[in-house]
Write a protein that binds this ligand. Sequence first.
Ligand SMILES: [Zn+2]
Length: 168
Amino acid sequence: MNMNVDKKVNEIRAVLKTVDDPELPAVSVLDLGMVNDVQIENQHVYVKMVPTFAGCPALDLIERDVKLAVEEVEWVENCDVRFTFDVPWSTDAITENGKEQLKKHGISPPPEDYHPGDEWTVNCPYCNSDYTSMENVFGPTACRSILYCSACRNPFEAMKPVVSVTKS
Ligand SMILES: [Zn+2]
């Protein structure tokens, strides 16, 4: 058992790339920018995570899924998942791959470099038109809205932008 720590961390990160956010199928917790730190001590793995939208009550599920997936790794004896509220999560933390996955599933990714109070234009994930209108601000979950594209006539969902409080 002489695998070095970096290699182990990479292995764990690769596993985390397979764990989806239950609220956003096909987007991994890693691509959502939720993984803050991975620490390894012999056969014990500590995963520090940043919760996304405060309104999404899926943290217990995510914790369980991450634990189960990491403990599948041969050399891992146990995995501790902890959520930290010290680090603010923002939609800017979503990776390019994560944004592509969202679009593929008909969810428009949040705008980049959004500042609170800015007009929020949403491009249709199907045809990229910005000729869209808000149908239901509340959407199926607190983090998404339902919109309607006037160009290709498809309804779609959009993730609301979340910015960290330090940004103004
Ligand atoms: Zn469209």
